[in-house]
Write a protein that binds this ligand. Structure first.
Ligand code: NAD
Length: 479
């Protein structure tokens, strides 16, 4: 039975590569009923700052499967990225980006590369919660949740099991961000024990990234928080040969969106120059996801055969390696002519049905015992001397709750700071119970009331908690 899906042809090269992709899918016998919607530039410029209309949302939410060509985001403020909006509103928590070399048919420094990046798609700095707090300092909140970590890490291990991958690597920066990246790593360690058949390892993201760019063949599946995954999946795709070759799946519990990783390439639009392979790879992941693995396999093998024959679009055409330079339409026709064939040297694929695995629903854990141990009061102050700041903020001390530390951009400057440390107008003042006991919310309000009496410009507060007696806030740098 045909599966109803939503399709958007997008902007720039979008209509050409979508035309080529749909032509190949139809010739291969994909069972699809298509509802077409308009998203992107035209919708933005018609005054809809989200880039999508309510009717289009309804089509995607009812069909649950969305094949999307790249769109152009108009320059200038006021327009939000439709991709980020889609991922978050539809709960598309897993971004899957396979990056595989096609050596010796596509030029690359990494002939053995076959890496799948699985990027967390909803959280991290992409929560987009940003504030200016003082004249000199702005902040962006990095939010990482236990359900978010469990869902993405379990997805990575399930993916590895289903696609017979041997290892899952995790990249974080938990030597620095002990709470946020620390949670991601901790959940990775916990979930890994449920998959003893799959190797697991953790890399600090900086050296992991260096290794990925240098010797990608040591990696298999890599799972990462949102920002690292965004950056490193583009790097990984590019070093296989071209961004024009990689597809991307955005998977949620209900809906899923499939696309190329590249953008709308406006400079080559309308000239029959674009490589449709990235979107085709997205479409192949879609066919696997909706249970048409036999068609996915047929298309992928015909595509590999075409690449192997040296029939290449301009972005990957190399004299001496390629045989024939073709346009978008001719490339699609060559893939169609190869349907039913297997590649000779590149490894043919054999997909299994049902890649949309059912993951267990997140079970909320019993709430921990939560103790309020103190408060960080953030203050705008234009002075320079941390000693002076210490004297000022000690005036807010009560008999039980006292100033214990001041930091500036996270570095301890009082007591016993260094005069070499550069200070901005943004100060964090930590108040704790003198005997290490819990404090009350009223005691926080008392501190704030005294600050107001003394005309101290408080910007915000952060409560300092212990969960089940585990101190759950960071020390000052240098403390
Ligand atoms: P881009 O990916 O469109 O282009 C980068 C370079 O790669 C260009 O030289 C381009 O010609 C080339 N290229 C990209 N895809 C190709 C293909 N299929 N075949 C041959 N060459 C290809 O990135 P950009 O120029 O930074 O962005 C252009 C527009 O795309 C912007 O408006 C941006 O916001 C948007 N964009 C959209 C998406 C999306 O919809 N998923 C993703 C990234 C960028």
């Amino acid at each position: 039975m045909a599966r109803r899906i939503t399709v958007a042809k997008g902007d720039g090269i979008g209509p050409e590569i979508m035309g080529a992709t749909l032509m190949i899918l139809a010739a291969a016998g994909a069972q699809l009923d298509i509802d077409e919607i308009e998203v992107g530039e035209k919708v933005y410029l018609a005054g809809n700052t989200s880039g999508i209309s309510l009717n289009s949302w309804n089509s995607i939410r009812s069909n649950k499967i969305f094949l999307k060509a790249p769109i152009t985001t108009p320059q200038g403020g006021g327009y939000k990225s439709l991709n980020v909006t889609m991922r978050k509103m539809l709960g598309l928590y897993a971004n899957v980006r396979p990056c595989t070399s096609l050596h010796p048919f596509v030029k690359t420094k990494h002939p053995e590369m076959d890496v799948v990046i699985i990027r967390e798609n909803e959280e991290d700095l992409y929560a987009g919660i940003e504030h200016q707090q003082t004249d000199e300092v702005v902040q962006c909140l990095k939010l990482i949740s236990r359900p978010g970590c469990e869902k993405i890490v379990r997805y990575a291990f399930e993916y590895a099991r289903q696609y017979k991958r041997r290892k899952v690597s995790c990249f974080t920066k938990d030597n620095i961000m002990k709470q946020t990246d620390g949670l991601f790593h901790q959940v990775f360690k916990e979930v890994a024990t449920e998959y003893p058949d799959i190797e697991n390892e953790h890399w600090i993201v900086d050296i992991g990234a260096a290794r990925l760019a240098d010797t990608p063949e040591v990696f298999d599946v890599i799972v990462m928080p949102n920002l690292y995954g965004d950056i490193l999946s583009d790097v990984a795709a590019q070093i296989t040969g071209s961004v024009g070759l990689a597809g991307s799946a955005n998977i949620g519990e209900g809906c899923a969106m499939f696309e190329a990783i590249h953008g709308s390439a406006p400079l080559i639009a309308g000239q029959n120059l674009a490589n449709p392979s990235g979107l085709l790879q997205g479409a192949i992941m879609m066919l696997n996801h909706i249970g048409q693995a036999d068609i996915a396999q047929k298309v992928q093998n015909a595509w590999l055969k075409t690449i192997e024959e040296g029939i290449h679009t301009a972005d990957i055409y190399k004299e001496g390696v390629s045989k024939q330079k073709v346009g978008t339409r001719e490339f699609a026709q060559a893939v169609i002519d190869n349907l039913g064939q297997q590649p000779d040297s590149l490894k043919s694929v054999a997909y299994v049905e049902g890649s949309s695995f059912k993951l267990p629903k997140y079970q909320r854990k019993a709430a921990a015992k939560k103790d309020l141990l103190g408060v960080d009061v953030f203050v705008q102050w234009d002075g320079n001397s941390a000693e002076e700041m210490g004297e000022l903020m000690q005036q807010l001390d009560t008999a039980e709750v006292k100033l214990s530390m001041i930091t500036n951009r996270g570095i301890k400057v009082w007591p016993e700071g260094f005069e070499e440390t550069f200070c901005t107008d943004h100060w964090r003042c930590r108040y704790l119970h003198v005997e290490g006991k819990s404090i009350s919310k009223q005691q926080i309000l008392d501190i704030l009331a005294r600050a107001m009496e003394k005309n101290i410009d408080t910007i915000k507060t952060e409560n300092l908690y212990a969960f089940d007696h585990r101190v759950a806030f960071s020390l000052g740098q240098g403390q």
